[in-house]
Write a protein that binds this ligand. Structure first.
Ligand SMILES: Nc1ncnc2c1ncn2[C@@H]1O[C@H](COP(=O)(O)OP(=O)(O)OP(=O)(O)O)[C@@H](O)[C@H]1O
Length: 347
């Protein structure tokens, strides 16, 4: 549905030129949700704005719904752009228009008659859960409601593709989740293809099917979300992944931790679960069959893209040879084992 072929974008000329996007190839299949994640200044906004030619790429082709937008003249481009809706971080609503009139605007511009506009806008407001606020003005709405209006407006011309430029970055975590749920709903109900950019891995984890990482204008890694959590290679990807996992050694244990084995101390391990981990009732097997008791200090294990991943901090209590077999057992089941040190039983 979206195909970017060798896209580059330079701002300015000569020595002062900024090469914001470099030789990007990206494909988003129909009905898919793709997330592009990157740090500030990585080139995310420039890249997404190249898809509807809000920024014209310096090189490369942009194909949306089978049309090469970079080859269209100024007369044909507006029609092709109707296939592409867009929402923004700061909603971009018209403050002098009501919710109804904001959503109606693209339909008025397209010359639709009044009765048809009324029908369509009411349908859209129902879809985004805002029928009861049709007469309100943007200043009377919460951030989440404003983004709902923006989504309804973007969907009014029945686009095939929705571009989301940091659409939840101005919202609190709970509202973010409700907007992400709405986007997923719309994706399923309407078969809409979604390309979003974000700096938050949580957003990717919540709704994306695929993810690409952009760094310094280049796509450095991409894949299905589940594959990505299990297999990402680059340091940046690993940093984004760990930003969604919250696991710390409790202070009380940290005080008793030493790097080397000491008398009367138990190994403290971090166990990593990835898409490759073999499902196993590991704690019962370790204690019943291998003679090692497991104390879980903390765990953050989640599902993304149908795969279980996450980490667990645990203390292992058993004879040294039993502990060695337990660690080997975990590794055989594709659980990543990291020995963090040894915790003395007493201060
Ligand atoms: N209109 C412009 N003129 C000149 N340079 C620009 C322009 N827009 C962006 N840039 C530069 O291009 C690079 C990429 O910027 P871009 O806004 O695409 O990154 P981003 O990943 O979206 O960052 P952020 O999350 O901070 O918005 C940056 O170095 C930025 O300063």
């Amino acid at each position: 549905m979206i195909k970017l072929i060798n896209i580059s974008k330079r701002y300015g000329e000569g020595a002062a030129a900024v090469h914001a996007v470099k030789n990007v190839d990206l494909e988003v299949a129909a009905g898919q949700i793709m997330g592009v994640i990157g740090e500030s200044g990585a080139g995310k906004s420039t890249l997404i704005r190249c898809v509807n030619l809000l920024e014209r790429p310096t090189e490369g082709s942009v194909i949306v719904a089978g049309q090469d937008l970079t080859r269209l003249g100024n007369g044909e481009l507006p029609r092709a752009r109707r296939n592409i809706g867009m929402i923004f971080q700061h909603f971009n609503l018209l403050s002098s228009r009501t919710v109804f009139a904001n959503v109606a605007l693209p339909l008025e511009l397209a010359g639709m008659d009044k009765a048809a506009i009324k029908h369509r806008v009411n349908e859209l407001l129902e879809l985004v859960g805002l029928s009861h606020r049709a007469k309100a003005y943007p200043s009377e709405l919460s951030g989440g409601q404003k983004q709902r209006v923006a989504i309804a407006r973007a969907l009014a011309p029945q686009p095939k593709v929705l571009l989301c430029d940091e659409a939840t970055s101005a919202l609190d975590p709970q509202t973010t989740q409700s907007i992400l749920t709405l986007l997923k709903d719309i994706n399923k109900k309407l078969g809409l293809t979604i390309l979003l950019i974000t700096h938050e891995m949580q957003v990717v984890k919540s709704i994306c099917d695929r993810v690409a990482i952009i760094s310094n204008g280049e796509l450095i890694e991409q894949g299905e979300v589940a594959w990505f959590f299990a297999n990402a290679k680059t340091e940046l990807a690993r940093r984004f992944i760990s930003s969604t996992i919250h696991l710390e050694i409790p202070e009380e244990y940290r005080r008793r931790l030493s790097a080397e084995p000491v008398a009367d101390a138990l190994p403290l391990v971090r166990l990593g679960f990835t898409g490759e981990t073999v499902d196993t009732p590991l704690i019962s097997i370790l204690s019943r069959e291998l003679g090692v008791d497991v104390t879980i200090l903390s765990a953050d294990i989640e599902y993304a893209g149908g795969v279980k991943f996450g980490f667990m901090l645990a203390e292992l209590d058993g004879q040294p040879e039993h502990t060695r077999s337990a660690l080997a057992y975990l590794q055989d089941h594709k659980i990543q084992v990291e020995l963090l040190g040894y915790v003395r039983r007493h201060d």
